[in-house]
Write a new protein. Structure first.
Length: 201
């Protein structure tokens, strides 16, 4: 099997992430819209943190700041309250002495809801999370050439979270994003008629 076929098989044909995000969106008690999320903090380690940066940028396009730090996760955790939300990403979900799991007691003491994005099967992060979204868990911890399926799975889940949050106030978010794009990207131009924007009336 060619390498790109293996990536597709791991990330897409095995529907761990797709199934769990579907369950999340359909469960009445676990909808994103039920979280107030005055502040959203995303906590992880490289390389998963880099995928989180894409989510942070998407949320910024609708005026929502996602707090991310490559260090000082303890300080970030201490700054959160029960009105906020923490998204913790960990593949194994069991490294309690390492970040980001190390800050779980701090979050629990403050009553901060925890959305966990982690691998399948029971683990420490699942046991302490308010809501769990399972990423694809088909890659070994060490004997792999890269995190292909993991990255695709996390990106898919975060895209669905963004879409779900966007839909909370669709018209307002679309208007904010469109206006910001017109101001910040006014110099963008393409000869391709398929992607050209219609003139404003």
């Amino acid at each position: 099997m060619l390498l790109f076929q293996q990536i597709e098989d791991l990330a897409y044909k095995h529907t761990d992430a797709r199934r769990t995000i579907g369950e999340f969106l359909l469960a009445k008690k676990s909808r994103v819209r039920e979280y107030n999320m005055q502040q959203i903090a995303l906590m992880s380690q490289a390389p998963n943190l880099y995928v989180g940066e894409l989510f942070r940028r998407k949320m910024a396009t609708i005026g929502r700041n996602v707090l991310i730090t490559k260090s000082d996760l303890g300080l970030l955790a201490h700054s959160l309250h029960k009105e906020d939300c923490a998204i913790l990403i960990s593949y194994s979900g069991n490294s309690e002495r390492r970040l980001p799991l190390k800050v779980i007691p701090i979050l629990e003491e403050a009553g901060v809801p925890i959305i966990a994005i982690t691998g399948m099967g029971d683990n420490l992060l699942r046991q302490h999370a308010t809501c769990v979204l399972s990423m694809s868990s088909r890659e070994r911890l060490y004997t792999k050439i890269s995190n292909f399926a993991t990255e695709e799975s996390i990106n898919f889940i975060l895209n669905m979270l963004y879409a779900c949050y966007f839909s909370k106030d669709y018209e307002k978010n679309l208007d904010f994003k469109t206006k910001a794009s017109r101001i910040l990207e006014f110099q963008r131009f393409s000869e391709n008629s398929d992607i050209q924007e219609k003139p404003q009336t």
